[in-house]
Ligand binder design. Sequence first.
Ligand code: BGC
Length: 717
Amino acid sequence: MSARLTDRVVQLMRAMSVEEKIGQLNMLTAGLVTTGPGDPANYLEALKAGRLGSLFNLFGRKQVRDVQRIAVEETRLGIPLIFGYDIIHGHRTIFPIPLGEAAAFDAALWERTARIAALEGAAEGLNLTFAPMLDVSRDPRWGRIAESAGEDSWLTSLFAKAKVKGFQGDDVKSPLSLAATAKHLAAYGAAMAGRDYAEVEISERALHEVYLPPFEASVKAGVAALMPAFTDMDSIPLTAHVAILRDIVRRQWGFEGVIISDYNAIAELIAHGIAADLTEAATLALKAGVDIDMMGHAYVQGLPKALQSGAVTMDLIDQAVGRVLMLKEQLGLFDDPYRDAAANFDHKARRVEYRDAALDAARRSIVLLTNRNNVLPIRQAPRRVAILGPLANAQAEMLGPWSGAGLIEDMVPFLPGLRAAWPQSEILHTAGVDIEGGDLDGIAAAVDMARRADLTILCLGEQRFMSGEAGSRGRPDLPGHQAELAKAVLDVGKPVIVLLSSGRPLAVTDLIERADAVLATWFLGSEAGHAVADVVTGLWNPSAKLPVSWPVDVGQIPVFYAHRPSGRPKLSDFRYESKYLDLPNEPLFPFGHGLSYTRFTYSGFSASPSELRPGNKVTLDVTVSNEGEVAGEETALFFMRDPVASVSRPVLELKGLAKLTLAPGQSQTVTVVLTTADMMFPGQDFASKLEAGEFLFFVGSSAREETLLKASVRLVR
Ligand code: BGC
């Protein structure tokens, strides 16, 4: 994205009053969904008065056209509006929540679902989305982990590139593309103790190594917009963070697109305690490089005063206005404000394709956590099956926390999906209990059904708004009386398969240890029921892997694989080692964990050449074999460790992945090529460094170290 102004923008800016310029920096909600304070009612008045540059939370071809017509025909300069919306995991067609989709470890899939979301959003008049969300999340208490790609920076960077490409296509100018917004820069995922909007206390190193790289990747991929986090870094809210927004993002990364504040975040600088009033808040944000004020009313109210007092310069305002108008230019809005081609695109013919993509994405997101005695798949339809639990037929919940324009009636929950797969089976169903609480009266009926059935599918988990924004939970386990329901059903002693729907890993170790099989089903979207049926019956062999470590207990949080080594690692039973007295150090399931209906083995791992010089490539080869009875897909994960460096390096870092589809008995060798650039790290001064010495590479199915194959190379100068 280039911020060099076109002649049209230069001419326009010459004709604009100061008030009209500031109006271009103002973004208001039309009120469909609101995640903060503010009255959506007055946007038309603001628009007609030239005090509105972009609008969000309005979609529908006619609705958008009517407002755009006012902008183009009834305002003094006829500047078209930007129309934004949170399209986080699908617009009409709902895909799995990002944390679920991340479990596919599949960039092509991520791009495809974003493309479809863009096509559907654009068809309804939108031209900007507040996605992708790129906050590395290591705390399942934080509800927004659901919107993220999980705990790993490298994987989130891959997700960033794929999503930006998917939303923006080859050119944002196309009426079929949406401008993407990478959010929330940065380290929002580290909100203290997982409580949303709370302070952030992380090292500058963690900022550089873990939290910033996905945003840098999105900038390299040409993302149109960035959104700073609500939270702070080093006691400075990101909305006012000059060192990060100006020095790193604009100067170092060369980002020339727009920076859009989060909802009311500029005004919230007052509550943060760094501004006395809206004028000071507006001054701080503009100086930090925030171009658009979303719902804070701070620019409209505060910038005229700040300009008058000399707190900000006209030049600074002009820079922001230039960037906003250039985004409109890049979107082609001056020439084609209605982008009608997006509506005329042949969506009807593509509905089936969209649904297929939703099914594919959902199947690829389901993680098989346990499968005792290979109880799954159920290849023979059961004679009588009990499908129990409050998530069994929960159509609305399948939408997940950000449902775009998804309709409840379009969602396929588990019960009808399984019914369609087993038309001859007798199906017994009751919810047993509510998700959130209520009484225990329904448990007896559920137990009775479990007794009468050959098999129980127990559908438990969270309500969809228990994750997502403001969806923090101090105790991320089964809400309400679901644990009692589970215990009663498991006590029956017949096979129980658990479908666990949630926006996060749930600390439900007892349940996981007792059930015969557990599938993490997140919130899978439109095709949830069909996808689950395909996995349960073995039509689809599960291939997903956890993009986040799954804790044994809430007391382990945060638990993640890429931790730094302790000076006293746990090696024995000696007391003075890094450990808990009452919990293991390791999560219940590591990053990358996910079972298949077949067995993959790894052999012949090599890293070559054994001696490298700066600028060289290192080739990692491994042979993966399918030693089971059915075909399956495996994702090989390649990790690195720098065992001796000038700063302590993580015990493992994901550096690459390779996907294989293998028939039973088939072996295949896959290769990942890294360069010495992948071996660099921020040194003591945070500048990128490459240090000579030994580097260890690992490969395997998950981050569980004892299962990985190892090879080493030496970097010499
Ligand atoms: C969220 C953003 C979102 C915005 C607009 C905020 O509360 O933090 O992620 O894009 O609302 O809906």
